[in-house]
Design a protein around this ligand. Structure first.
Ligand code: SF4
Length: 366
């Protein structure tokens, strides 16, 4: 009976408080009234990016790739370019691969079965459950960070959200509640929305919460202590010495970053990465190797330090040193992982630069 009351309270609250987000448009189809392609794109974007930021970017992405077929056909560089600024580029590659799998293996129709959805690249239990319940009305639970927090507070459990007991409890409660709901999709979305807007990490709005009479943390005044917090470790620091190298036509020499790690697969000015700031000789040696020229062919004063800045990513602190090479090398070697690109093309995202290198090469956001 309590589960039914909680589920109903969430559904009722959601009907009058849900945010008007661009992926929540109604699109009637024979299996429901929400577009599963929109749900897939938005859920992948939301995996590590805040809803307000996703809301700014979602419609542009859909305009460029309006259907799952259009995304499947796109070049990887175009998908990465459209993802610029959202971070975690691995998600963009997975989404691209998922679109291809839907076209190749599911006749262009995203499956409604959570297990089939989970077989798509980059789609885990949460994303599969969200698409299946919201777009197809499948009675399946979802758990994200918001739902873990709400579940722990409802149960009054003082646990860290990553504790396996907290995760197991959250899935158990989410399953019981979605089974008691009238509409699985509205309930799942509503519970996430409640976590995002009311049962917030700090200063939850308990007096305005539709679940307050069912909430143990509220009854015991422990909502500010749940979930437990763990002190954050300082992020490791690294130096990227980026070298600006321009040919006599004004084109920049750029290289592709490795396919894994920070800004994976995006393009950049040639960059020497090291734990501490490299000496001039180390930068000269790196440049000579990159250009395939003898060290001694670089005139001593041709390479000058030209400022720097720091970027804090989700996993590390990156100190950028900008170096400029004034001597020109007309016969620069290019290949699949290095090329010369005109400023206009780089401004248009072709090929896509890692965001700090838009600042280094194009002066954006300096
Ligand atoms: Fe969260 Fe407070 Fe609502 Fe409990 S009453 S679910 S702590 S907002």
């Amino acid at each position: 009976m309590t589960d039914r009351a909680i589920a109903r309270a969430v559904e009722k609250w959601f009907a009058s408080h849900k945010r008007d987000l661009p992926w929540r448009v109604e699109v009637k189809h024979d299996r429901g009234d929400r577009d599963p392609y929109y749900a897939l794109v938005s859920e992948v974007m939301l995996q590590q990016t805040q809803a307000s930021r996703v809301a700014e970017r979602f419609e542009r992405f859909i305009e460029r790739f309006p259907t799952v077929e259009a995304l499947a056909r796109a070049r990887e560089d175009d998908v990465l370019s459209e993802w610029t600024g959202l971070g975690y580029y691995r998600r963009a590659r997975s989404l691209h691969a998922a679109a291809r799998a839907i076209v190749d293996d599911h006749e262009g129709q995203p499956p409604d079965d959570p297990a089939a959805l989970r077989s798509l690249p980059g789609v885990g239990r949460y994303t599969a459950g969200a698409i299946a319940s919201v777009c197809f009305g499948v009675r399946t639970p979802i758990v994200d960070a918001n739902i873990v927090r709400v579940a722990l507070r409802l149960e009054g459990k003082e646990l860290h959200p990553a504790d396996p007991r907290a995760v197991a409890l959250s899935w158990e409660r989410a399953e019981a509640l979605v089974n008691a709901a009238s509409s699985p999709g509205a309930f799942n979305e509503g519970l996430m929305e409640l976590g995002a807007l009311v049962c917030t990490p700090r200063n939850p709005s308990c007096p305005a919460c539709p679940l307050k009479k069912h909430c143990r943390a509220f009854a015991e005044s422990t909502q500010d202590d749940i979930p437990l917090r763990v002190a954050k470790k300082p992020k490791p620091e690294i130096t990227h010495a980026a070298i600006v190298l321009t040919d006599d036509l004004g084109r920049h020499f750029i290289t592709r970053r490795p396919r894994k790690g920070l800004w994976a697969g995006l393009w950049q000015a040639p960059t020497l990465e090291s734990e501490t700031a490299p000496a001039l000789n180390a930068v000269r040696a790196f440049l000579a190797t990159t250009l395939g020229v003898p060290h001694r062919s670089l005139p001593p004063k041709a390479l000058q330090r030209d400022g720097g800045f720091t970027r804090v990513t989700s996993s590390r602190v990156v100190h950028f040193e900008v170096w400029t090479l004034s001597k020109q090398f007309p016969g620069l070697q290019t290949g699949p992982e290095s090329r010369l690109a005109a400023r206009e093309a780089l401004l248009a995202g072709d090929p896509p630069l890692a965001v700090p290198h838009r600042r280094i090469l194009l002066g954006e956001g300096a």
